[in-house]
Design a protein around this ligand. Structure first.
Ligand SMILES: [Zn+2]
Length: 283
């Protein structure tokens, strides 16, 4: 899909599973299980949805990857725990679109949890190296601070080998708050899930796309109060969801989900009862 100067595509970065209870917080299983099926271990299958943005801006061709999924560095125990499917799925998906790792000019990470930043580095022999060796990688300054000194409750989500090799290679750039990172591409803090989560916005003249990271991970989290057990600041999360959803309701603006296994993107409207409803859009 064309948005402004950018050609925007959904890219499959692999599937994995997370505990259903953790993903739906206080929502009873009898309710969420009607929407998303759980396996024998109570896990739900989620996607890692990345975006590929291609455009010619300021005389230079840019290839932007938003989010990198779990990557392929983890051991058998980790892979089994999270039911990671396949290997190097993001790289395969990019290759299928004619994109090699060295072609990527920019990587935007909503935050540094392993299911978002894991694919930003890879194993090469006994070393861990940047997956996209020529790309600048963009994350909020707050997120890098928290990743390096994480709150106890989210420590397991931060694995330093997902970003430290980027820092060593001089490929990690932090931004502070809202701002343009490229012409027609901006980031905006969307805290709640954690402090440093940022949304990515692609801006065209008649529509925009908002990729909101883990603020709203799937279309089943469009109910503002259906927060995740993982969310660190629940009230901030609910407030920011409502603010974002009201902002994009009844426009042609597209909301893209990082973890929805079936519908990576859609437009949103509010019905008479105040519920947010999604109309799927093909990217
Ligand atoms: Zn996530």
């Amino acid at each position: 899909m064309k948005i402004g100067d950018w050609d925007v595509q959904h890219v499959d970065a692999g599937f994995f599973k997370l505990d259903g209870g953790a993903m739906f917080g206080t929502v009873p299983k009898v309710i969420w299980a009607k929407l998303m099926a759980a396996d024998a271990l109570n896990r739900i299958r989620f996607a890692s949805n990345s975006l590929l943005l291609r455009g010619n801006v300021e005389g230079r061709s840019r290839v932007v990857v938003v989010e990198t999924g779990n990557g392929d560095k983890e051991d058998a125990l980790f892979r089994e725990r999270f039911a990671l499917e396949g290997h190097n799925i993001l790289l395969e998906s990019l290759a299928a679109r004619g994109v090699r790792p060295e072609d990527v000019t920019d990587v935007i990470l909503t935050h540094l949890h392993f299911d978002h930043a894991g694919g930003a580095t890879r194993r090469e022999g006994d070393r861990i190296v940047p997956t996209f060796p020529k790309a600048r990688h963009i994350v909020q300054r707050q997120e890098l601070l928290d990743a390096r000194n994480p709150p106890l409750r989210s420590r397991a989500s931060y694995l330093p080998y997902n970003w430290e090799p980027l820092l060593e290679a001089g490929l990690l750039e932090t931004v502070d708050g809202e701002g343009d990172v490229l012409p027609g591409v901006s980031v905006r803090p969307m805290p709640g899930h954690n402090r440093g989560n940022q949304g990515v916005r692609v801006l065209g003249e008649d529509r925009k796309l908002v990729y909101c990271g883990d603020l709203i991970p799937t279309r089943h989290h469009l109910q503002p109060t259906w927060v995740m057990g993982y969310d660190l600041d629940v009230n901030t999360c609910v407030d920011n969801r409502i603010r974002l959803l009201n902002e994009i309701c009844d426009t042609a603006d597209i909301l893209a989900f990082d973890h929805d296994p079936e519908v990576p993107a859609g437009t949103v409207r509010k019905d008479a009862k105040g519920r947010y409803l999604l109309e799927p859009v093909e990217l």
